[in-house]
Design a protein around this ligand. Structure first.
Ligand SMILES: Nc1nc2c(ncn2[C@@H]2O[C@H](COP(=O)(O)OP(=O)(O)OP(=O)(O)O)[C@@H](O)[C@H]2O)c(=O)[nH]1
Ligand SMILES: [Ca+2]
Length: 454
């Protein structure tokens, strides 16, 4: 039954609608791939904390939308299967009222023709039965902020003391958890620092949520997601090579030939191509964990800092404070980080353990793609370098990092925070306590008015 026909039907739907769960859809158009999320919440509790939860994630097949810059139509078409899936998950009579948002991140920030790709994507989203609310490239600051909101909303950290609070070990002394997001093209760090004021204006955010003020530090490093960081590293190593590279960040036996022009096709690597006397890079794995860390270290410039403390590239970073949640697929990332040194090493006595680690990984993740397996040494070592050398997580600070992935049924990425904000579901002030829920109130109202008219 649709809710738009006659007046009587509309009234009935208005009343019964209070009892239906509500839905919202967000597409996370990342640099490496797109995910579609469907969220659900009870209509009468939308301003409470922790009530919105993920009921579906659909992984779009193929490239991230920024990968279709040569054939933008395909960016839109690639989303169709997941949009169909969303139509199955959300009950049909609620399609028209269910908002759909698409947020694109670092891959699209790097693309000069992002608008053309967005237009193609909009065409697909507009043709769906849902209430399309817009497709846009979100800023790195927003990505950090919404990631922080998601984690703390899901952990129940915005609840007033005394409310139910699960996972208490992730609550910092200040009541919130920091958020680390490691993407393919950018990486974000967001937390409430002890030190005030935040020295750099562009890293400073102010929120008032549920009646409490939060001063939050955030920074997004464009080009320091895993895929772009590998390009930065290769471009840096190339300068001192003759076109052949023995790379300690790939396991022995690994061979790859890359066109230099492909390496230089984005703004992360701005200079150098024309000065190189060769057109191809011949890369040969020569796994060595310590040397890999040294080559990665070169992409973090720590030579200058105009503030009291910095992470790298002259970017302000206050002292790390509290617990941190890492929002990504925790299963593979944690495995990469913990297996990094063994996965890289080629010392004779460690050959066995290297092979062992990669075999173990294959057994644990039978569907793991060759690309991920081949980049295992680099990926794990890069994440360790970023956290330890880039952000300064020392041995004891490591204890404060949790590889989250999911909290309850919901992924811990920025999308939930984005939707909560756009649908006004996180109020600045704590909602007044209602003796009855909206639904029960209207239900009683309808009951009493019908008794009166008898
Ligand atoms: N090892 C491994 N890596 C993966 C897997 N799935 C994705 N990745 C890689 O992990 C990195 C981060 O992936 P995402 O967090 O999805 O990045 P993204 O959202 O596409 O990129 P951003 O736009 O920068 O946020 C990318 O380099 C992916 O290629 C996997 O199953 N195993
Ligand atoms: Ca991402």
């Amino acid at each position: 039954m649709g809710c738009t026909r006659g007046l009587l039907t509309r009234c009935l739907c208005g009343i019964t609608g209070l009892f239906y769960p509500q839905y919202g859809i967000v597409l996370d158009a990342g640099s490496s791939h797109t995910n579609l999320y469907v969220y659900e919440w009870p209509a009468e509790k939308e301003n409470d904390t922790g009530v919105v939860h993920q009921v579906e994630v659909c992984k779009v097949e193929g490239l991230g939308i920024s990968g279709y810059s040569q054939d933008t139509e395909k960016a839109g078409l690639s989303l169709q299967r997941c949009m169909k899936r969303a139509q199955e998950v959300v009950p049909e009579h609620q399609h028209r009222e269910t908002p759909v948002y698409l947020g694109a991140t670092a891959g699209m920030r790097l693309l000069s023709i992002a608008d053309r790709v967005l237009s193609a994507v909009e065409k697909t989203l507009r043709s769906s039965p849902f209430n399309f609310q817009g497709a846009r490239v979100i800023s790195g600051q927003e990505e950090g902020a919404y990631g922080w909101i998601t984690i703390n909303y899901l952990l129940g950290n915005f609840k007033q003391p005394g409310w139910l609070n699960f996972l208490p070990h992730l609550r910092s002394s200040r009541g919130t958890s920091g958020a680390l997001d490691l993407g393919g093209a950018s990486t974000q760090i967001t937390f409430v620092p002890d030190q005030e004021p935040i020295e750099s204006q562009e890293n400073s955010l102010h929120f008032r949520l549920y009646g409490k003020n939060y001063k939050v530090y955030t920074h997004s490093f464009l080009c320091y997601g895993k895929d772009q960081a590998l390009r930065l590293k290769l471009a840096s190593d190339l300068q001192a090579s003759n076109g052949s590279l023995l790379d300690p960040c790939f396991h022995p036996g690994y061979l790859r030939i890359m066109n230099i022009s492909d390496l230089y096709t984005n703004p992360c690597i701005a200079n150098g191509e024309q000065q190189l006397p060769f057109t191809q890079l011949h890369l040969q794995g020569n796994g060595d964990y310590q040397r890999c860390r040294m080559t990665i270290q070169k992409i973090f410039n720590t030579s200058h800092c105009p503030y009291s403390s910095c992470s790298f590239n002259g970017i302000f970073l206050p002292p790390l404070q509290g617990e941190f949640g890492v929002s990504l697929d925790a299963r593979y990332t944690w495995r990469e980080v913990s297996g990094a040194s063994q996965a890289c090493d080629n010392h004779v006595e460690q050959q066995a353990s290297k092979v062992f680690v990669l075999l173990q990984v294959k057994a644990e993740f039978p569907k793991i793609k060759e690309k991920y397996l081949s980049e295992y040494c680099f990926s794990g070592t890069y994440i360790l370098s970023l956290l330890e050398n880039g952000y300064g997580f020392t041995m004891e600070k490591w204890q404060s990092i949790q590889f989250l992935g999911k909290i309850g049924s919901s992924d811990a990425g920025w999308t939930l925070g984005y939707m909560l904000n756009l649908t006004n579901m996180i109020p600045a002030e704590k909602p007044p306590t209602r003796p009855l829920s909206h639904a029960s109130y209207y239900f009683l109202l309808v009951l009493s008015s019908s008794s009166l008219s008898l």
